[in-house]
Design a protein. Structure first.
Lengths: 109, 115
């Protein structure tokens, strides 16, 4: 079964609004990663947060991690049409990465 | 530094034929991973290889699928006697080190269509 489950499965917002996606996982982790996948393309690594970190920022991205609840959130601020993509959380390290089911984000211009 | 390269980008096969997917990792990367993505789903791990070694193949179907990463040349994912259910996007990733916090760099994928 999937390690990560994203919520919501799909999200549609207006350009300029913030988008929040959540991810829950089942087992203990060393780190959690977020990836973006544009339609028909490969994955782009967005951000990695370690298990001893609670929050991390990268540009317009903000990721939180709550290991007690086994959950993470990805916030994209001031969204742009180019942010339209599927977003996946993933857990694991060098051995293999286990992906969630993804959130499909549509940003309407 | 070129990224992870995969070829072909698109592959069409008839049922019963063989499919060979190639992956060239980033320069300096000795760890290769293969993932499969069915339509509208997330990526599922298939196999993890280092040069000339299969480290973890727990996600590989027991039959018809094999993978190798020879000393020289790209990693190959081979699917024999393809069936319609093999239609998917196959992604390769590479990383430089055996490190829990190491990022995996993904290729653009090969989209396999089985007619």
């Amino acid at each position: 079964s999937q390690q990560g489950e994203e919520d919501p499965q799909a999200l549609s917002i207006q350009e300029g609004e913030n988008a929040t996606m959540n991810c829950s996982y089942k087992t203990s982790i060393n780190n959690l990663q977020w990836y973006r996948q544009n339609s028909g393309r490969g994955l782009v690594h967005l951000i990695l947060i370690r298990s001893n970190e609670r929050e991390k920022h990268s540009g317009r991205l903000r990721v939180t991690l709550d290991t007690s609840k086994k959950s993470s959130s990805l916030l994209i601020t001031a969204s742009r049409a180019a942010d339209t993509a599927s977003y996946f959380c993933a857990t694991g390290g060098y051995q293999k990465v286990t992906f969630g089911t993804g959130t499909k984000l549509q940003v309407i211009p | 530094n070129a990224g992870v390269m995969q070829n072909p980008r698109h592959l069409v096969r008839r049922r019963g034929q063989e499919a060979r997917l190639r992956c060239s990792p980033m320069k300096g990367h000795s760890h290769v991973y293969w993932y499969r993505q069915l339509p509208e789903e997330g990526l599922k791990f298939m196999v993890y290889l280092q040069k000339e070694n299969i480290i973890d193949e727990s996600g590989m179907p027991k039959e018809r699928f094999s993978a190798e990463f020879p000393k020289e040349g790209p990693s190959i994912l081979r699917i024999q006697q393809v069936v319609r259910g093999d239609s998917a996007a196959y992604f390769c990733a590479s990383s430089p080190l055996r490190d829990q916090n190491n990022e995996q760099f993904f290729g653009p994928g090969t989209r396999l269509t089985v007619l």
